[in-house]
Design a binder for this molecule. Structure first.
Ligand code: SF4
Length: 285
């Protein structure tokens, strides 16, 4: 292990207890929290990818009201599933969840496995989600590193490496793995996430005066909080001009669901327009 890593690890070790204590006293009450239900943790974590906590709450309640367990999710007709997800976007997330739910029903008798590696093997479950389910629902001492955690850790250790790099994420995961508390890994992981969500925030100034670990934070000590985390600039977006044909009648818009696995190359747009004009069935993109 490199010297830097040893230094980071011993520094991070210091934050475990104060951060966990702070979390227990200050955590927000959320419908999926403190339920000790791996399915609820899974559903909430998938919904929270790309969506804010406040927006997720009503979706989560409706989803588990209709589909209270893995079996119900596995058997849910596609149209109903899409309806329950409508508004959250990124529909692949829920499609993958259903595929994984079917695997869980077939191979694990409908109960999400209490193993990080087996969770990771399920469709749509990556390192973060596997870590969250394993630690929160099953108290397995593995890290769950999302954007919030990357920001918090890079500030505490004043790490100027690009957090968008996989190698940096892996290094942070390794460091956290080395300090996970055996008894309370779920609370510690949630404490890191909570700190990133409400104190060491991504937009606007961090609330360092309210931070339970400010005395250990190098960025706070050196006045470099606003410089961190370091993220390489995104590639510039390419803008293209395209002609789009939309058929509307009053408030109605003609639209047809694209069949699965149909790839429509751009050069066909002219042929589509032609087909619409001649009253044929077609897709609107
Ligand atoms: S002291 Fe400030 S920058 Fe450091 S972890 Fe706390 S909130 Fe974040």
């Amino acid at each position: 292990m490199k010297n830097d890593q040893i230094k980071d690890r011993s520094m991070l070790n210091e934050i475990v207890q104060p951060l966990t204590d702070w979390y227990r006293q200050n955590k927000r009450i959320l419908p999926w929290r403190d339920q000790n239900n791996a399915y609820y943790t899974w559903v909430s974590e998938i919904m929270l990818q790309q969506t804010r906590v406040e927006a997720v709450k009503p979706y989560f309640q409706r989803f588990i009201g209709e589909l209270p367990d893995v079996q119900a999710l596995a058997e849910c007709p596609e149209e109903k599933l899409m309806k329950l997800w409508e508004g959250l976007g990124y529909y692949n997330r829920v499609r993958n969840m259903q595929t994984a739910a079917r695997t869980v029903v077939c191979e694990y008798e409908g109960v999400l496995p209490a193993s990080y590696e087996e969770l990771l093997s399920l469709k749509g479950i990556g390192n973060y989600t596997a870590g969250a389910i394993a630690s929160i629902a099953y108290q397995i001492p593995v890290p769950a590193v999302d954007g919030n955690v990357l920001r918090v850790i890079s500030r505490i250790t004043e790490d100027r490496q690009d957090i968008m790099k996989q190698s940096v994420r892996r290094q942070i995961e390794e460091n956290l793995l080395g300090i996970m508390p055996e008894e309370t890994p779920g609370d510690f992981n949630q404490a890191l996430m909570e700190l990133g969500a409400v104190v060491c925030v991504p937009n606007g100034p961090a609330r360092c005066e309210a931070c339970p670990v400010s005395e250990y934070c190098l960025a706070y000590r050196h006045g470099t909080v606003e410089e961190l985390p370091v993220k390489a600039p995104k590639k510039e977006r390419i803008l293209q001009n395209r002609t789009v044909l939309v058929i509307q009648d009053g408030e109605k818009t003609a639209i047809q669901k694209r069949p699965e696995k149909v790839f429509l190359p751009d050069y066909m747009s002219f042929r589509i327009s032609w087909a619409i004009l001649h009253g044929r069935k077609c897709w609107i993109r």
